[in-house]
Ligand binder design. Structure first.
Ligand code: KE4
Length: 443
């Protein structure tokens, strides 16, 4: 039995154990962490095999504990738009950390980031920082109910807005990936306060308002759905939501945790020229650190304690290191950056489309800016029903074909691929070539 030893990260393991370091660490993680992961979608359960344990990232690449390099399209689930270990962001975070990590007081970075968000998003006059997108959505919904005195929330099947109880109703992302869109532990009483409509089906929204419009506090929507895979809004859909909520005295909440500062400098609301009543943010505004935020007109946001009666709090909200990482990231996102992201996204989309045509695989690519999804087993996805009709088996085979080729896609067919400022044409062309080869595995 040949035993080859190789040094890495000061550890020496024997290849003869026929187990990679990732496999060893993941097996150990499963003994002390549920499923071995701190978020279900990372578990590879829907694609099979063991997750790669990633030791570091740099630019557009990830490096696992077995010293294998991958082109990365997880992108920290959207946060790493500047690329991993970006020098500007890293230096700013290191300098801030040297001043102390958390004071639980006001601090200059939180004001700077709040001003940066307000300056970029016209519908937001005031913004409150929290520590995750889940918290942002939970808080925005509380404000909407307080502002309207109403109870019901409308969301869209396949939409994912974090794991607050009321949002785990026909949820997308990891919940859909694992077949858990409605979770045990969410009581019927809570679930009954969440109505679900069909994304891109305005009539399904009209029907809910016709039945119970007087008690609908808000409609929450991903203005570009990213948690079914990328599903752009059909023409007029978002404007229809704006009109019907306004006509019925309900609020419109844009969940821009993923699209905020991703699809344009002002998010999807700027791209589609719509002013929601409340907006939730996450991911990019923390530059990879734990973050969320919600914002809107002062009249709405002044309902929030301590100025108003709606209570919401957080030990680490506005954490100076997180605020610094988010601000440093936004500083990199100028017009040239968004043009670069759009051009690279278009190049990848075109290359994948050509590979689909040449290989004859049943598939489609859907993209907005630097977020896109290759759907396998279908030719168009407009809503969750289409998204759920895509092939799990085809995706698993394609995913591993790409992983073996050194390209790490999100391990779920219900997710977006994210590009960063560190991706370049050589990386995109290598991705297209690998996708073409992986598609031939499917026929
Ligand atoms: P977090 O609580 O995970 O920070 O944010 C929840 C959330 C809210 N709204 C939207 C539109 C989101 O996309 C998310 C979280 N996105 C997923 C990826 N699709 C997070 C990845 C995960 O769950 O591990």
């Amino acid at each position: 039995m040949s035993i080859s030893l190789f040094r890495k990260s000061n550890r020496v393991i024997s290849q003869s154990e026929a187990q990679t370091e990732s496999q060893r660490l993941f097996a150990e993680a499963q003994t002390v962490i549920p499923g071995g992961v701190n978020s279900p979608v990372r578990s590879f359960r829907s694609v099979g095999g063991a997750p790669r344990v990633i030791e570091r990232g740099f630019g557009a690449h990830l490096f696992d504990v077995d010293c294998r390099r991958y082109i990365d399209f997880i992108g920290g689930w959207g946060a790493a738009i500047a690329g991993h270990a970006n020098a500007h962001v890293t230096r700013r975070v290191q300098d801030a950390a040297a001043q102390g990590l958390s004071f639980g007081t006001s601090s200059p970075p939180e004001l700077a980031l709040a001003k940066a968000i307000v300056a970029r998003v016209p519908s937001v006059e005031k913004v409150r920082m929290v520590n995750s997108g889940t918290e942002a959505v939970m808080s925005a919904i509380r404000v909407a109910r307080a502002a309207t005195g109403r109870t019901l929330i409308v969301k869209f099947a396949g939409g994912y807005h974090g794991h607050a109880d009321g949002m785990l109703v026909k949820a997308g992302s990891g919940a859909a990936t694992l077949g858990l869109p409605d979770s045990p532990g969410v009581t019927d009483a809570v679930a009954s306060q969440t109505l679900t409509a069909t994304y891109n089906d305005f009539a399904s929204v009209q029907s809910l308002f016709a039945k119970g419009g007087a008690d609908i506090a808000a409609v929450i929507v991903e203005p570009v759905a990213g948690n079914m895979g990328v599903v752009p809004p059909s023409p007029g859909f978002l404007h229809g939501l704006r009109t019907i909520t306004r006509e019925n005295g309900a609020l419109l909440i844009f969940d821009e945790v993923m699209t905020g500062f991703r699809v344009s400098a002002g998010g999807a609301q700027t791209l589609f020229d719509i002013r929601p009543d409340l907006t939730t943010f996450g991911k990019i505004i923390g530059g990879g650190m734990p973050v969320g935020a919600y914002g809107g007109p002062a009249a709405c946001m002044d309902l929030v304690a301590p100025i108003g009666p709606v209570y919401q709090a957080g030990t680490l909200s506005g954490n100076p290191i997180t605020m610094t990482a988010g601000l440093a990231t936004l500083e990199l996102l100028d017009d040239a950056a968004y043009r670069q992201l759009e051009q690279l996204g278009a190049h990848l989309e075109e290359g994948l489309r050509r590979a689909i045509a040449d290989t004859g695989v049943v598939a489609c690519v859907q993209r907005v800016g630097s977020m896109l999804t290759l759907f396998l087993g279908t030719s168009q996805v407009s809503d969750d029903r289409d998204a759920n009709s895509t092939s799990d088996a085809m995706f698993a085979k394609f995913f591993h074909g790409m992983l073996d080729a050194g390209i790490h896609l999100p391990p779920s067919r219900h997710e977006a691929w994210f590009l960063s400022l560190a991706h370049d044409y050589a990386i995109i062309d290598a991705t297209i070539a690998a996708a073409r080869r992986s598609m031939t595995l499917l026929s």
